[in-house]
Design a protein around this ligand. Structure first.
Ligand SMILES: Nc1ncnc2c1ncn2[C@@H]1O[C@H](COP(=O)(O)OP(=O)(O)OP(=O)(O)O)[C@@H](O)[C@H]1O
Ligand SMILES: [Mg+2]
Length: 313
């Protein structure tokens, strides 16, 4: 079973406005509400690949019902823990006139000690040998920063695989427990190493040293520059694909879904990277917060395969 964990999900409200005026009453031309959060986005993309997953985390307040309804509608198994405070709404303002995207993100609800314990008990009961657990995204404000570390250890003790897509302290704590796979972007990896930016060589070196420590697959995404996959067997570079960029929202999450799918289907390293690259491209070619479709991914797969080269050690 694939289990995605989204501890601080959000209703993503996208409003399209033709020229925002600050301090005035503005009228939206269109509005979309999408359930979001990194783990949920991974579940959505997996679903479009025909792969089922169970989604958990925290949900509460006025958004709880619409959120659960949508999960059901999408065919994602909803095992979210109910909480007292409100799940957040993140607002995305798309200004057609000024061609800008403005995001306003809420911090998210406070989680009580009892709610956190309930989640951990559920997690311990549910995660089983052979499962793939995806821990993705930031934490609600009062959650201990070492939680991903604890969840990684618990899952590994059960014989499950763990995939991490996080940054900052939560990532640092998780890495201590040696998850099986990680997908940092270039910036997140640089910040983990205490640097501003990394050259391609430095990315390869950093990924190799993580693999030597025991992380099986390190996939570093680099936006339009593509990505680098380092495993115990190979060092592969995928050059960026040419795509008409509609929205980069969720490109990284889509890539995580591809990494999970590839693991589940036991694809080779080069096929894993090709699928990850094609999925990233399909995500950026897809409008707004919508999940990319399998058909869209298939369109980029041949080009993605051609862009892969081995990096000499
Ligand atoms: N402008 C782009 N052109 C082509 N491909 C892109 C572009 N941006 C992203 N991608 C594809 O998507 C992948 C993931 O993008 P990116 O490195 O930006 O992830 P991220 O920073 O983790 O994103 P997220 O905001 O979803 O967390 C890239 O490796 C690449 O394959
Ligand atoms: Mg990311």
């Amino acid at each position: 079973m694939i289990i995605t964990v989204t501890l601080n999900p959000a209703m993503d409200k996208t409003m399209v406005i033709d020229g925002i005026e600050i301090g005035e009453v503005n009228r939206a031309d269109s509005v979309r509400n999408d359930i979001g959060g990194k783990g949920i986005n991974v579940s959505k993309v997996l679903k479009s690949f025909g792969t089922d997953s169970l989604a958990t985390g925290f949900l509460g307040g006025i958004m709880e019902e619409p959120f659960r309804k949508e999960l059901m509608h999408l065919g994602i198994e909803d095992r979210f823990i109910s909480i007292k405070e409100n799940t957040r709404t993140n607002i995305k303002l798309v200004d057609k006139k000024h061609e800008t995207n403005t995001d306003i993100n809420e911090p998210g609800p406070m989680i009580s000690g009892a709610e956190l314990e309930e989640f951990i008990r559920f997690y311990e009961r549910t995660v089983d040998e052979g499962d793939i657990v995806v821990l993705a995204g930031g934490l609600p404000p009062n959650i201990p920063l070492n939680l991903y570390g604890r969840l990684t250890r618990l899952a590994r003790e059960k014989g499950a695989l763990v995939v991490i897509d996080a940054e900052g302290e939560p990532l640092r704590y998780a890495l201590v427990e040696l998850p099986d796979m990680i997908k940092p972007n270039e910036k997140e990896l640089a910040s983990y190493l205490g640097k501003e930016a990394l050259t391609e060589e430095e990315i390869v070196q950093a990924a190799q040293s993580l693999v030597e420590k025991g992380i099986r697959k390190v996939l570093v995404s680099r936006g339009e520059k593509g990505s680098i996959l380092v495993t115990g067997k190979s060092i592969l570079k995928g050059k960026g694909l040419e795509v008409q960029v509609k929205s980069t929202v969720g490109a990284g999450d889509s890539m995580v879904a591809a990494l999970v799918y590839a693991e589940n289907e036991k694809l080779s390293d080069s096929e894993t990277l090709a699928l990850a690259q094609a999925t990233g491209a399909a995500a950026v070619a897809t409008e707004g917060t919508k999940a990319c479709t399998r058909e869209e991914v298939e369109k980029y797969l041949a080009a993605a395969r051609e862009k892969i080269e081995e990096v000499k050690k």
